[in-house]
Design a protein. Structure first.
Length: 267
């Protein structure tokens, strides 16, 4: 084996030496120069505080607090002040203690009127018989210590998932709750159930609902200005569709524009 390895190395070296020399590429048709980097740098504010698979960080401005959601269900609280020096993050919620068959967290968001109604919304997965998962978007209430009020859970929507759960949500400047859903399928082959262009399902969409009012049979109301509300066979919650796995999105500050990074197979 040793002599065989030496033979391979010898062949590679002699082959390279025998290769035709190429002229150096000293010219280019590219004009100008790259833009300078943005004046931002990453700084560790609390290097002594770490988390286990953090998936979401949420600011509760009225309380001056940050909430870090870990994938496996723990939610930690920190001061929203980089000058503060906490010894550790405070554990305020463990979803494993509140949700049967809990599997993992996707994120949380506070109601815009949280100080009045103490409502938060949590996106999460639970296990179901077999290898499947079920995604839930539920409403909870928080007590004065930022723990969950027992028995306050109310399911807004849920659906089975075999992969690509998406899983972000935000209140828009219009007060509506927007939430993203992936194509709910394994990564390969792409979109095997052809959900991307199917308006009859919430898969592959960003949806928009009114959580302060209710339509009959629903835990929310469908906004009448949603684009597909009058289309036969379409889910009226849908605001935008055709996504693969819009895991995170945000509203551009000062606008109603939604920016999302969709996860692509060839990227």
């Amino acid at each position: 084996m040793f002599r065989f390895s030496l033979f391979i190395i010898f062949v590679l070296i002699t082959g390279c030496l025998g290769a035709e020399e190429r002229e150096a590429w000293l010219t280019s048709k590219i004009q100008g120069s790259p833009e300078p980097p943005l004046p931002y740098a990453v700084e560790a504010v609390w290097p002594h505080i770490t988390f286990d698979s953090g998936v979401d960080i949420t600011l509760l401005k009225s309380a001056g607090k940050l909430f870090v959601t870990e994938r496996f269900g723990k939610i930690w609280m920190l001061p929203a002040d980089s000058n503060a020096q906490p010894e550790k993050a405070e554990l305020v919620i463990d979803l494993n203690q509140h949700i049967d068959r809990f599997f993992n967290s996707l994120g949380l968001v506070f109601h815009p009127d949280f100080e009045k109604n103490r409502e938060i919304f949590i996106y999460y997965n639970v296990t179901v018989p077999g290898d499947d998962r079920e995604i839930f978007l539920s409403r909870f209430r928080m007590d004065d210590n930022f723990g969950l009020v027992p028995g306050s859970k109310e399911v807004l929507t849920h659906y089975l998932a075999w992969g690509h759960t998406g899983g972000d949500m935000h209140f828009g400047p219009d007060g509506m709750l927007y939430f993203s859903v992936g194509d709910l399928s394994p990564p390969s082959p792409p979109d095997p159930r052809l959900e991307g262009q199917n308006l009859g399902t919430l898969a592959s969409t960003i949806s928009r609902i009114d959580v302060d009012h209710r339509d009959p049979g629903l835990a929310y109301r469908i906004p009448r200005d949603n684009p597909f509300v009058d289309m036969p066979g379409a889910r009226p919650e849908i605001w935008a569709y055709g996504f693969r796995n819009p895991w995170k999105f945000c509203f551009r500050p000062g606008t109603s524009e939604i920016w999302t990074g969709d996860v692509g197979l060839e990227m």
